[in-house]
Write a protein that binds this ligand. Sequence first.
Ligand code: FUC
Length: 737
Amino acid sequence: MDDTTHCLWYRSPAAEWTDALPLGNGRLGAMVFGGVTRDEFALNEDTLWSGGPYQPANPDAPRHLDAVRQRLFAGDYAGAQTLANQTLMGRPYLQTSYQPAGRLLLDCNHATLFSNYRRSLDLASAIATTRYSVAGTDFVRESFISAADGVLVIALTADQPAAISVGVDFVFEQPGMTALHPDGLGYIGRNRAENGIAARLNWAFRAKVLHIGGALAAKDGRILVSQADAVTILIDIATSYRRFDDVTGDPEALINDRLARASAKSLSALRADHVAAHKALYDRFEIDLGRTSNAALPTDERIAAFAEGNDPDMAALYVRYGRYLAIASSRPGTQPANLQGIWNKEIRPPWGSKYTTNINLQMNYWLADAANLADCFEPLIGLVEDLAVTGAEMARIHYGARGWVLHHNTDLWRATGPIDGAQWGLWPTGGAWLCAQLWDHARFAGFPDALVERLYPLLAGAARFCLDILVPLPGSDLLVTAPSVSPENVHPHGATLCFGPAMDSQILRDLFAATRAAAQRLNRDAALVSEIDAARARLPADRIGKQGQLQEWMEDWDADVPEIHHRHVSHLYALYPSLQIAPHTTPELAEAARRTLDIRGDDATGWGIGWRINLWARLGDGNRAFSVVRRLIHPERSYRNLFDAHPPFQIDGNFGGAAGILEMLVQSDEAGITLLPALPDAWPSGRIRGLRARGGISVNLEWAEGRVTAYDIEGAVPYRGTVSFGPGREMRIPVGA
Ligand code: FUC
């Protein structure tokens, strides 16, 4: 039996898309089904979206803002929401969606009776393998998407000569036309229009079929290879997208260039270069939580057995898979991971498979820094750089404000307007949250000058917008956001629309602190810093309500909300991902956050589970956090390919869940590092290598019988924080004083 430490593996082919195994180089994505007589590769390219450049700002909006605010301050929340729906939404008030390219089908011409079947995905090499035997011949299909060469490679081999006869077809999902090439298939097409947003992208697909022995024929729109010893198929897809406002790229030239280079290399060179590019990221980190006999089971059986069984390595595999998915869906130069990473089979995917920014996109990047994949974070910075441009126009036209704004969604075209309906979309702090997250990324990196310099204009722009839209709360000295929402939660006055939800003030505290710190590091914008200082002092503080809970709104409405177990826990932003609330710094607020979590309950949709694991970890309750991990690694929340079920599939829970498992083992803030802050009884011994902590630090750690047995902490500069152990933070050791 192979070593399965880094493997997802199965005893039968994928019956559904969520059984298939994902490959990706950040840009190109494939889901591998591993069929025997018919195999399928469902294909994506990360810039293949519907629509084209557009700006949804609504020039009529500014003159209605005050009327909506007045209704809110008068307590007419439902009336304010109705008026906001009529006057304050973007035009159009929907966005575009991420699209599938098509499906590559391989029809293998051999007998149907097979044995010795196994399909697997090796996370350490990023290679998917399908093996089986038919009539005494062993067949192996290996596939990978190379970050080094930019293409999908499918290699078909057999242990007998002349055994491979295969038909190759491409079933496209976008309008266009097929072209047969002497050595493969081609396709040139156009994307789709959506929600009144015109289609402006060209795209192209090409499969180049190389064979050793046998013969190749191009016929009836498909390629037929007969009696070959081995077949290698190289595939590429590209679009004309260059930037949110530029669609003048030449997809065919891009493809032809990459395929020409790739086909000039041997299969073994392609494979070796692919593995090296993957390992450069994957091998930086290791986690071992101990192995039991369950570790030898196929992955689907392990998922089914996890909640009731003893399989600590499955939680470690969940982290390895989260890292794998980050590397496969988000690399420098690619689009950030969307709601489904880069894997989507539907023309109308759930929520457009776009970027939802009231939790989901942020959660996609909770794992990267701690898991030593700072490179995978890069596309998120690129996205915010674009949003700071499109969002500046939105701020000016839609609010008459300085700076830039993003509401609760964006897409390939970097639209920033309020969409879907005021109940969901009229939330002006999506961009501010992303900026707070970028600053935390800089904190992990130890604030390198170039990064601070790069982030500063983004932070300053987001801060300027927020300064301009904060309004005095009548009858007080406080400044609040209005209109806003506490994401998606209906309050007892029949609306989500409100003023000053706790989450907004928490996000603004982080944004303002970050902008101030960056300005001071760069010695810039003293005037902006004083504006920030004046406003920050007037933001409402977190409040504790009559149930002892952390209040979600300015008023103590929490006990009377229609959906008491709502999946969003927006006001716990301060506990995680923010560092504002912690048991050792703000014990009363931490206790109130614990009470809120208890009332809200641990059962939630995929990402809601991911968030709760991190929250319980921050509260130092390892066994409670582990009980939520058991809800996550369970057939209700994890498909057979370990994709997170919202349901349907949404990748945020994969990243949030994996981040949560690490948060149980190591936590850090600007003052120090805590080892085993929330270790559950289920993981008494283990080992981690290459975890990153805030301050530009690398942590190695070993523990046994629930106690740290060895650790080392390294940084580019000597570490100057403290190191503490366990949930009570006993034995604080100051280091490098
Ligand atoms: C938020 C969530 C939904 C879903 C969507 C993509 O709006 O409330 O549950 O995850 O994003």
